[in-house]
Design a protein around this ligand. Structure first.
Ligand code: ZN
Length: 450
C-alpha cells in the first residue's frame, strides 16, 4: 500500500460485498479506501484508523452499497412529469408525449436532465442509461454534475437516414467523455418505429465500431401480438433477424417476451440484457411484467430502471428494486422467488452488466470505480435489523441515502447536493412549461401504431 494519503476514506460502515459465486454478503465495521477514483481496498475500520486521507467520511450507522444504476431512462422527460396521466399507452404517446416533444428545445432538455440528475443523485443513483434527443446536451449535464452515464441518441426511421447517422456520430464523438464517465450506445427507438433495414444497418454499425445498442423491444404483450399478426414473428425474432442479437444489446422492458424468444436470448450468452421498470407497467395496466425468472434461467442479466418520469413519475431506482421483488413474487405465485439478496444482485452486478459496465462498477471491490452510496439505517422504519438485505430492499427508501459518490467524488453529502442547484433549475423550467405543454400546433414527432 502506498504511503501517500488516500483521496477518500469512508470508515465505520457496513459494506455490501459480493463473495464467491457473487453471493451478497455484508462486512461490518469496515472501511473503504479510495485512491485515483478507484476503490483501493475494503478493509476493517481498525486497519483504517491511523490511515492518512485527504477527505474522510465517518459512516457509522450507515451501509455502503455500490451506487444504483438506472438501466433505462429518458432523463430530460423529467420536464414532462405529470403531463400525461391515467392514459393507455397509445393515447399517452399520440395525444400528449409525441406532440409535446415536437416543442422540445435544447434548453428544455438541459433543464429536464439537470432536474433528473439531481433526483437520481438524491436517490443513490450513480449511473444512468439515457435514450433521448439532444443527447449532446445531456452529455454536457453529466459532465457538469459528476454522474456516470451510458448515453444514446434516439432515432426513428421516420427521420430518414439522418437519424441513424446522428446516433452514430453522437456515440463515436462522446464515448469516453467526462474523464471516462460517459459510455455510449446506438439508440434506435424500437422495432415498431425503426424498419428492419435500419435495424440491420444499426447492427452492422455496432459491430464495425464496437458499440453497444440500446432500444425498446417487446415492451408489452400487445406489441408482440401485433408483430406476430403483421410479420409472423415476435419483436425478439426481429432483433435476431436483423443481427441485433449479435451485438451487446440492452432491451428496455421486454414484458412481451414470450416462451419462443428464450432460446434466441439464451444463445447470446449474456450479451443481451433487459432493463425492467415495473412502476410504468402497473400504471399503463399492462397485463405482464418483465419475465425475470425465465430470463435468469437462460442467463440474461436483468437490470433495474425507471423509464422516463413522464410515465414513471419518479426516477427512484430504489423503488424499482422493491417493486421488482414484490411483483415477481406476485406474478410467479411464489414468495420464495426474488429474495432480497436476489433483488440486491439485480441492483448491483446485473444492472452494471446491463449497461456494459460489469467489470468496472456494480461491486465494492478493489480495482472498481469508486461509485458508492451510504445509506442511513438509524430511522424507526429501518430498525431493528434482523436481516440486513430485507431491511435494505423492503424497509429502506431512497431518501435514506445520505451520501452519493461517483468516481471518488462526493456529489451529495448528508443529503446536500454539491453539484446541482435545484431551485435555480425549477425557477427556469417553470417559465417554460406553458410553451412546452402547448399542443395547439397539431404536430407530433412520430405515430404510435401497434
Ligand atoms: Zn423508454
Amino acid at each position: 500500500m502506498s504511503d501517500s494519503p488516500a483521496d477518500l476514506l469512508i470508515t465505520g460502515c457496513t459494506v455490501l460485498v459480493h463473495e464467491e459465486k457473487e453471493r451478497i454478503a455484508f462486512r461490518e465495521d469496515a472501511a473503504i479506501v479510495v485512491r485515483d477514483r478507484v476503490i483501493a481496498s475494503v478493509t476493517t475500520a481498525a486497519a483504517a484508523e491511523d490511515m492518512a486521507a485527504l477527505e474522510r467520511i465517518d459512516a457509522r450507522g450507515q451501509v455502503a452499497l455500490p451506487g444504483l444504476v438506472n438501466c433505462h431512462t429518458h432523463a430530460p422527460m423529467a420536464a414532462l412529469r405529470g403531463l400525461a396521466e391515467d392514459l393507455p399507452t397509445e393515447e399517452w404517446f399520440n395525444d400528449v408525449v409525441w406532440p409535446v416533444e415536437s416543442n422540445l428545445t435544447e434548453k428544455d432538455v438541459a433543464l429536464g436532465a439537470r432536474l433528473a440528475c439531481a433526483e437520481m443523485i438524491r436517490g443513490g443513483v450513480t449511473c444512468f442509461a439515457d435514450h433521448y434527443f439532444h443527447m449532446d446536451v445531456v452529455a454536457g449535464v453529466v459532465t457538469e454534475c459528476g454522474m456516470r452515464a451510458h448515453l444514446g441518441e434516439a432515432y426513428f426511421s421516420s427521420q430518414g437516414p439522418q437519424g441513424r447517422e446522428r446516433s452514430l456520430e453522437f456515440a463515436l464523438g462522446h464515448r469516453g467523455a467526462a474523464d471516462g464517465r460517459i459510455t455510449t450506445a446506438l439508440a434506435p427507438h424500437a422495432p415498431y418505429t425503426v424498419t428492419d433495414a435500419d435495424l440491420t444497418a444499426t447492427a452492422e454499425l455496432a459491430r464495425a465500431h464496437g458499440l453497444p445498442v440500446h432500444l425498446h423491444a417487446a415492451e408489452n404483450r400487445a406489441q408482440t401480438d401485433t408483430s406476430l399478426a403483421r410479420h409472423g414473428i415476435t419483436p425478439v425474432e426481429v432483433l435476431d433477424r436483423t443481427g441485433l442479437l449479435d451485438t451487446d444489446l440492452l432491451i428496455a422492458h421486454g414484458t412481451g417476451i414470450i416462451e419462443r424468444d428464450l432460446p434466441l436470448l439464451e444463445r447470446t450468452g449474456g450479451r443481451t440484457a433487459v432493463a425492467t421498470a415495473p412502476r410504468g407497467y402497473l400504471k399503463f395496466a399492462w397485463p405482464d411484467t418483465t419475465p425475470v425468472r425465465s430470463l435468469r434461467a437462460v442467463g440474461i442479466p436483468v437490470g433495474l430502471a425507471t423509464d422516463g418520469a413522464a410515465s414513471n413519475n419518479s426516477l427512484d431506482v430504489w423503488e424499482s428494486m422493491a417493486l421488482t421483488a414484490l411483483i415477481q413474487k406476485s406474478t410467479e405465485g411464489d414468495p420464495r422467488w426474488l429474495t432480497s439478496r436476489q433483488a440486491l444482485h439485480h441492483a448491483t452486478l446485473q444492472s452494471a452488466r446491463a449497461v456494459g459496465l460489469g467489470e468496472s462498477v456494480g461491486s465494492l471491490a478493489p480495482g472498481r470505480r469508486a461509485d458508492i452510496i451510504l445509506v442511513d439505517l438509524t430511522g424507526p422504519h429501518t430498525q431493528p435489523v434482523h436481516d440486513l438485505a430485507a431491511t435494505l430492499v423492503h424497509s429502506a427508501r431512497s431518501a435514506d441515502v445520505r451520501t452519493t459518490i461517483v468516481d471518488g467524488r462526493v456529489l451529495m453529502r448528508d443529503r446536500e447536493l454539491l453539484t446541482l442547484d435545484v431551485p435555480a433549475v425549477v425557477r427556469e423550467l417553470d417559465q417554460r412549461l406553458a410553451a412546452l405543454a402547448d399542443r395547439s400546433h397539431g404536430r407530433r414527432i412520430q405515430e404510435y401504431d401497434t
